[in-house]
Design a protein around this ligand. Sequence first.
Ligand SMILES: [Zn+2]
Length: 121
Amino acid sequence: MKQKLISFMRGRYGSDELNIVLLIASVIFSLLSPLLGILRGLSMVCLCYAIYRMFSKNVYKRRMENAKVVPYVSFIKAKFKNKGQAKLFMCPKCKRTLRVPRGRGKININCPCGNVLKRKS
Ligand SMILES: [Zn+2]
């Protein structure tokens, strides 16, 4: 049985950040579905897409989809870890998370990609 499962999953993509985001969205939509009926359908779509991605054999395409989501997920993770000491910005060019100290007024933030952001810290 275990050997059959191993051979079934061989070459398949598995799980990643996008799948976790889809599963969290699915749970949130299903919890809110009593308020708005369409959310139940949206929840099922998210769940089915997560399952489809998990068993997909087109690994390259799934990695490309995941690569678009990873900068946003890491930005949100950094926002949760950051407890008010620093202000976080996302570079619109390279999607990198930039940390700057709070309370310095309007500053120029230099991203390693060469982009300069003018933001209030
Ligand atoms: Zn950048």
